[in-house]
Structures are given as structure tokens and as C-alpha cells.
Write a protein that binds this ligand. Sequence first.
Ligand SMILES: [Zn+2]
Length: 286
Amino acid sequence: MDELYTRVSSATKQVLYQHMKDNNISLLNYNFNHFFQYCIKKYKIQVISHHFSNYKIEGLTIVDELGISFSYEIDNPKVKQNFTLCHELGHFILEHEGIYFAESIENQESLLEREANIFSAVVLMPDIVLLSKIYYNCETFQRVQNSLEVSKQALLFRLLDFLREYYPDKDSEIKQAIETYIEGNNASIYRLFHDIREQIIGEFHQFQPSLINQVKQRVRKVGFVTSQEYPDLLNQDNWKAIMDESINLKIWLVYNKGKSIAYVWDKEKFSDKEARKKAELQLLLM
Ligand SMILES: [Zn+2]
């Protein structure tokens, strides 16, 4: 087994899967951009394009007093730009030491570059998404490639690396399965996925949305929740994060005779008074 691949892909999934769970992201409509934009915003990263006429630099990361910026070659095809941007994000999220990374064809063999490439491949094509699309939804190679906005080569290598992790001594079988899959026959790759599907799903479900995100998802749906559903809401240490992150959410507490209920509501859906009434009613029924 390739230890580097396993180590980096699992570090990538730690942040990516948590993000997917927190935001309840659809597996069949997955696209890297949601996670990418979230990171860009969170870390205030600037994304710009560049073009040098004399030499080819696929991508750049620069960290200086102005902040962090990623740039990509504007003449490259979109799929290549996507790969490069996720690669630059990899240097950042994997905390590679350095204030300057430049991607050219020559430097891709160094350890940090390989790590950033693995990060990029996993973010563009997560295990759980490949399983959903290829195994459960029986999508063709072409369709998977198009929907994830990657090149043919990127998907091919990703499948190869990914399946090798699970089947370290079935190299020729894996190659054969991918080859026939590209040609439009999914029987062999389907079988390979079949035997590892539970592992992939289990890994994904180890991650759960944080309290704040569970509450937010629920309030978005129904407009009102209380500490009867989420007892941790009674802990006021959690309040700030809930109010900070979304301007439409409010949180308050009602109490009577030693009992209390904390409640969160969407102020677009319920007025303060309405929300308080709902909470008092629950308190009465406790
Ligand atoms: Zn790099």
C-alpha cells in the first residue's frame, strides 16, 4: 500500500467530509467548488489568474504581508485550472511550510508537490462521491468526468490510486476494470466497488455535523428548535457561535419553576414574541 497516498487522502477527508456533513452536501450533485469557496472565504484567500508569455507556470501560491493568494494560468483548460486551484489549496490546508509555491512541469515529483496533488484529486473526486456515482448511480466514465469537472487523465489516475488502496495486489485487475469502464462497460469496476462499499460508507459516516450545523440545518428547515431536541443548547458557551454565524438566527431562554428551555429561531419566520410563545408552551408540557 502506498503510505503517502493513504496518509494524505485521509488527512484531506478529515476536513472535506466534515464540511460535507456540516453542509449536508448532496453526493450525486457534488462539485469541489462548494468546499473550495468555503475555504477561500474562511481564510480570506485571493484567487487570481496570470499569464506569462515566456514560461509556463500552472499555478502559484504567494503568502506575504498582503495575505494569501492563489493564481492560475488563464490559458489552461478549465479542468486543469480546477486541479491547480485545489492543488494550491492543498499546500495551504496541509500546512506546507513556505511562502511561495510555483507549479511547473519539472517540480511535480517533490514530496510536497505529490501531497498537494493527492489533496487535489481527493477534493475533486472524493471516495464517497465516486462510490455514489459509479456504483449506486451507474454513471458512465464520461458523465462522472464531466460532472466533477476533471480531465480524463485525472479521473483515470484517481480511480487507479483509489482502488489500489483497497486492493494492493490486484493491479492488473484494477487497470483492466478501469479500461473497460472507460470503454463503456462497468461490470468489473462495479464488482470492485461492491466489496469495498461498506468501508467507504462507514468512513464517511464517522463524521457528524457539529452541534451548530445540526441546529442551523434544522432551523433552516422548520424555523424553530429547542434544547429538548438539542440539550447542548442550554450551554450558553454555544450561543455565540450560533448567533455569529448566521444573521437570521436568534437564541434565547425561558425558565419556570427550575426548568428551562433554550430555543433558536429564524427571525424571518417567527417574530420574537411568536418564538417565545412556542418555547413557553414546550416548557409547560415538560
Ligand atoms: Zn505545488
